[in-house]
Design a protein. Structure first.
Lengths: 243, 349
């Protein structure tokens, strides 16, 4: 395709759709979009519909399994965008950049990309961290209720439909859907993230404690990652939230 | 010793280093890893206050004089515990070995506790080296780095049968304290690299050893907390927690401290500056002056002067039989233990 003046607005539109697609890709460990974390170093779409995305991470030694998931998820999300005819996602400045970039481009899966160093794919890992996201999300939804005077015991009989709408509630529902856990209006607010069973009344205080600790862990981790990224790169990422 | 408002704090820096990460020490063919490693450390360094930051060349290799004045003269530290990190795949003489640390430990008696290390992949030879190190230097502690690369292997677990042989040997040799670092590249890569389940098992099977989880299991503080609350011999090493969060993310620091005080308790938390990632001065002074920033934290355990004295030095002094001057000791019963009732509720994870 010959890039003409009429193609530039089209490419710009496709680019904004690509950025929106990248907003749906999360760091599975931090449960936040790679865009707002500042991990998208650049994003370009050519007149012929070739999308080129460069990703970056807070350190050279960030966990390769999570890095692989982000690159692979970004590749899938960008490839599915209307108007994209070719996709390249490159992770920069990482000790496993070559294995990850090559593996994702070849659609090889994680185990083949890290031959000999991994025996399985990353579904279990992703599931573990989605469960953490559900616990942290439970804290985000319940804390305002408790602050408003709701007794912990009263949360046992509550359903998701009875909780006032909020972005945090939407997010909690979405994570529960991803895990195949009940997420409808009549689903209990408090459930065990592994089994989906309602939390027993006597287990509520501990459940809420654990939810809070999980959220604190996620927040602290994300805080350190943001700080490290800032030390490593002077530029703002595409769609990055300011500190 | 640090004195503030009439209170005297005996300071044990439970986790510090004397490293050489300069290009003269990089292994040929592995330069990118040696460089990547110290740059990664330098990223953490940037989370400290701006006026405490070093230029990269100083950070790669600092002198004995620099260390002695940063830690003991300016940094208020009474006794510092050397925790070695070998990384010989990347650094020719090692990053920070027992031998290198011993140069200073032998030159300045009473200032340092010299810990050594082992790696279960060293087999019988490693057991002999461990015994030799203990005989030569009287080591009472080891630092374990499960993520260390070695001949194609990217790490190991504390529950490996070979590791159990070493833990048995530790008990036999009189080593009491096992500091364990959870690193990012543990094999196999398809599992969670920071899983603390192996510490849980080892702590149960070796009740006579203390397991100090350095960096409090970051970035899996919750897993660490739920595990540590069930194991009487598991401690929280605060290296990185104070240095990486107290200045850069004060609100998160307050929450992390609150969680640790709740689940682990002030009797099982130890300060470590992680020098030369950060200097101890601002960490000690900042921690003594620290309290929760607002009422939002009112349901976390309170932080008292006794809490700070224990964390900054008294707990580690107990672990290593370090004599504490009478003026810095606490009366029996001072301080607040972790919430035992709630902790006992944790029976499954």
């Amino acid at each position: 395709m010959i890039a003409g003046s009429t193609d530039a607005p089209v490419a710009a539109e496709v680019r904004s759709r690509v950025l929106a697609a990248l907003d749906t890709v999360r760091d599975p460990e931090l449960d936040e979009p790679i865009t707002s974390l500042g991990f998208v170093a650049s994003c370009a779409v050519s007149a012929s519909g070739q999308a080129r995305v460069r990703l970056r991470l807070p350190t050279y030694f960030c966990a390769p399994n999570f890095a692989f998931l982000m690159v692979a998820d970004a590749y899938d999300a960008v490839s599915a965008v209307d108007g994209v005819r070719g996709t390249e996602v490159i992770l920069d400045d990482h000790f496993a950049s070559d294995a990850i970039n090559g593996g994702v481009a070849a659609r090889a899966g994680f185990a083949r990309s890290f031959d000999g160093e991994a025996v399985g794919e990353l579904h279990d890992l992703r599931t573990d961290f989605l469960r953490k996201a559900v616990m942290a999300g439970t804290d985000l939804v319940c804390r305002p209720l408790l602050a408003a005077g709701v007794e912990p015991a009263a949360l046992v009989g509550s359903t998701l439909g009875e909780v006032p709408p909020s972005p945090e509630l939407d997010r909690l529902r979405q994570r529960r859907v991803e895990l195949g856990l009940p997420a409808g209006d009549d689903a209990p607010l408090l459930i065990e993230p592994v089994t989906g069973a309602p939390v027993r009344p006597d287990a509520v205080p501990l459940h809420l404690r654990r939810a809070r600790t999980t959220r604190v862990g996620l927040d602290a981790n994300a805080g350190i990652c943001r700080g490290m990224l800032r030390q490593r790169y002077a530029t703002t990422g595409e769609g990055e939230e300011s500190l | 010793m640090y004195e503030k408002d009439g209170e005297k704090y005996f300071v044990v820096d439970g986790h510090m280093h004397y490293w050489n990460a300069a290009p003269d020490n990089w292994v040929e063919g592995a330069e990118q890893y040696a460089k990547g490693w110290i740059e990664c450390f330098y990223g953490y360094h940037g989370l400290g206050p701006e006026d405490t930051r070093w230029p990269m060349d100083k950070y790669q290799k600092y002198s004995e004089e620099t260390l002695m004045s940063d830690v003991f003269e300016d940094g208020h530290v009474d006794v510092a515990i050397f925790q070695p990190t070998y990384l010989k795949e990347w650094y020719r003489e090692g990053f920070n070995t027992t031998e290198r640390n011993a140069i200073l430990a032998e030159k300045y008696p009473g200032k340092f506790v010299l810990n050594t290390r082992w790696d279960p992949r060293d087999g019988d030879e490693g057991l002999t080296t461990l015994a030799d190190n203990v005989a030569r230097w009287g080591c009472k502690g080891v630092k374990l780095y499960t993520a260390e690369w070695r001949q194609g292997s990217r790490g190991w677990k504390l529950t490996d049968p070979e590791a159990y042989r070493y833990l048995e040997k530790c008990q036999e040799l009189g080593i009491r304290n096992v500091h364990i670092h959870k690193g990012p590249t543990i094999w196999p890569l398809d599992k969670d690299a920071f899983d603390v389940a192996d510490v849980d098992h080892a702590a149960t099977d070796f009740p006579a050893l203390n397991f100090i989880v350095e960096h409090v299991g970051l970035p899996r503080i919750e897993d660490f907390c739920f595990m540590a609350t069930q194991e009487p011999n598991v401690y929280a090493g605060l290296s990185v927690a104070i240095g990486g969060l107290m200045h850069a993310r004060p609100k998160f620091f307050a929450k992390v401290m609150g969680e640790l005080l709740f689940w682990v308790g002030e009797d099982k938390m130890t300060f470590g500056s992680d020098y030369a990632i950060w200097e101890p001065k601002w960490q000690v002074e900042g921690f003594v002056a620290w309290d929760y920033p607002s009422d939002e934290f009112s349901d976390y355990p309170r932080v008292t002067t006794a809490t700070k004295k224990k964390i900054l030095g008294l707990n580690a002094a107990k672990l290593y039989d370090i004599e504490v001057p009478a003026e810095c000791r606490l009366d029996t019963g001072e301080g607040t233990p972790a919430a035992p009732d709630d902790a006992q509720l944790v029976t499954s994870t």
